[in-house]
Design a binder for this molecule. Sequence first.
Ligand code: ZN
Length: 252
Amino acid sequence: MNAGPPARSPGSAPDPAASPAAGTELAGLTSAEAGERAARGAFLVVPVASVEQHGPHLPLSTDTDVAVALCARLARADPAAVIAPPLAYGSSGEHQAFPGTLSIGSEALELVLVELGRSATCTFAGVLLVSTHGGNAVAVRRAEQRLRAESRDVRAWLASWRGDAHAGRTETSLQLALDPRRVRLDRAERGNTRPVAELMPALRESSVQAVSPNGVLGDPAGASAAEGGALLAGLLADLLAAVRSWRAGESG
Ligand SMILES: [Zn+2]
């Protein structure tokens, strides 16, 4: 497996690996081409993310950027993967106090994914949901279960990492690796650095703003493109392993 993109300094051009190879994006295919790809065993990958605040220094698209980049890398590694346009609206109610956040909530997301899965499986025998936003987890898992209960071959993969939770060092590093022009490093601020497990009761009862006025759960200090590249490589390895076991027919 590829070790991921090399470290790059802020201001350099976007990572060419972030652009998918020709013919891997569903939206660029004709209907007949999509049908041919499906008939030859292709599976559809749907990036599922969010439009939500990511502190004073990262764009609202951060989760979507990470999902799209991971799926593009998956398509480069596995020629059977066809990438759908991302579902950028997710369940982000906990961030609603911050301007720009666009959330459709967990119930609506679940329904969208169920209907999308039903439609997608009319063309593709296999459909993979790739979610990079923790707040989507319940809806994504429930949609996966419902679709599988309808005997559709749908799998969900949820990104997880050991670093800080939100708009901290981890996500800042990921964005620096993807495109440093998206990061306002001069505006980066430390947020609430207590472990998320400790903050969870307060997060569930109120909102992110209540525990972190600047919207950051973690600390962007120390973030780097090199660290982001390593994180992306780790996420891709996990995603590829999940795809392999799914395609090999293992249950999970
Ligand atoms: Zn995020």
